[in-house]
Design a protein around this ligand. Structure first.
Ligand SMILES: [Mn+2]
Length: 436
């Protein structure tokens, strides 16, 4: 990764950290990388470390008990203790892009952090245990933490380049899985492993567990209990990402194969959602409330349900009486960055009807977010709809037939630049879904 891009990112981050520190009466903030977590208290094994996102905002180093020390008027400092263990050795980190933008020291013990604190100090980290060892009283002070989270909403050029690279890595996996599904019969586990291989990721490296769903399993929004048997399914939904220097991509594709009237109807719905998703991506512009886009998505989905013959009545009625919400129960998208569901865009509650929406802000310059409309045949939600008065406007026989295809989701990653959005996913994966 480019050193100049990182240098500009670190410089701007330092300035904004200094403003936040001064605003809340602190001189120093220490960000702890994290502590290993046990898989079970009855065992002696640990999960791979997921570093504190505030730490990764500065450096993507996946080692426990490291710290970034940010002080007013001083260069940021990475305290990276030498690991002296003959049981395990950390993976070689990619730190070449740091250049001299931050100072790095390699002490024998994490205790060295204490030698670099000045004035009133705050601690950011998952547990206060290390704060106590470093003699810091102020653990995750609320107002400061909120301001530091806010710094993650608008991405620097370095951050966008990282999310772009994470998209490039993901695209290799999505392409490999698409080709496998197109030409053969595989189990969900095989497709999941194929994705990992094509993206050169180990399972814990992925930003979230790959969702790989054949047939009806697509109706489970987070289907990660992969089937072990080969299934000659007519549909495949893959929601999988990658990480580059701590930054995530989050991409979903839905494919259909097979003949017959139902497969044709389902394919028409996938193609309809593909067009609708691209329109929604085009509509996303600076100044628009993201929630407005979410409500537009319900109108788009209502029209698709109507065209397919799944629902009857006006699209406005399908979108507002709750019919579309039984088929599309999640939010249109979310902020994306160091966390797959990044912070800072869901501070305000959405309207009750949109309760699952995780982006409730105005769309602004340099935000990164996903646009991911979906249509699913979820047994529980549909049986509830069937009992309601508006259930009479649904063709239940058709729904029962389409349920075998599970669901559709098409998801791209976007960045807002010069008022409009740039799609980071489509240049790499031009098709969002359709016939395989
Ligand atoms: Mn997503």
């Amino acid at each position: 990764m480019n050193r100049e891009l990182y240098a500009a990112h670190a410089k701007s981050l330092q300035q904004r950290y200094e403003q936040a520190l001064a605003a809340h009466g602190f001189d120093t903030v220490v960000i702890h990388s994290g502590s290993p977590k046990k898989r079970s208290e009855f065992d002696d094994q640990f999960f791979p470390l997921r570093p504190t996102p505030h730490f990764q905002h500065w450096v993507a180093l996946e080692e426990a008990d490291c710290a970034i020390v940010v002080r007013i008027g001083r260069k940021p400092l990475l305290v990276w203790p030498v690991v002296d263990s003959f049981w395990e050795r950390p993976r070689e980190p990619a730190l070449g892009h740091l250049g001299d933008a931050i100072e790095v020291i390699r002490p024998k013990s994490h205790k060295a952090v204490q030698d670099h604190l000045q004035g009133k100090t705050a601690f950011i980290g998952e547990t206060g245990k290390m704060a106590a060892e470093w003699g810091i009283d102020s653990v995750n002070p609320e107002a400061l933490t909120r301001d530091l989270d806010e710094l993650r909403v608008h991405k620097s050029d370095f951050e966008v380049a990282c999310i772009d690279e994470a998209n490039r890595i993901s695209s290799l996996g999505h392409q490999a899985v698409f080709e496998a599904f197109q030409g053969g019969v595989f189990s969900e586990l095989e497709l999941h492993l194929l994705y990992l291989k094509a993206t050169a990721q180990d399972d814990p490296d992925t930003p979230y567990k790959n969702i790989v769903a054949l047939g009806h399993n697509g109706a489970t929004l987070h289907h990660v209990s992969y089937g072990r048997s080969k299934v000659d399914a007519a549909s495949l939904l893959v929601d999988a990402g990658a990480v580059h220097l701590g930054y995530c991509s989050d991409i979903t594709r839905t494919w259909v194969k097979g003949h017959g009237a139902l497969a044709g109807t389902f394919r028409g719905m996938v193609e309809g959602l593909e067009k609708a998703q691209l329109r929604l991506c085009d509509q996303a512009k600076s100044g628009l409330m993201y929630e407005t886009l979410h409500e537009d998505a319900h109108r788009e989905i209502a029209a698709i349900l109507k065209d397919a013959g799944v629902a009857s009545g006006s699209t406005e009625a399908i979108a507002t009486t709750g019919i579309s919400r039984a088929f599309f129960p999640h939010g249109l998208g979310h902020s994306l960055g160091l966390q797959c569901h990044d912070v800072g865009c869901a501070l305000v509650k959405p309207k009750t009807a949109n309760s699952a929406l995780r982006h409730t802000r105005q769309i602004e310059e340099r935000q990164c977010f996903t646009v991911e409309p979906g249509i699913y045949f979820i047994d529980g939600l549909l049986s509830a709809l069937r009992e309601k008065p508006e259930g009479k406007d649904v063709d239940w026989k058709l729904v029962e037939g389409l349920a075998a295809f599970g669901g559709i989701r098409i998801e791209d990653d976007l960045v807002v630049e010069s008022g409009t959005t740039k799609n980071l996913t489509r240049p790499l994966l031009p098709r969002g879904g359709g016939a395989a």
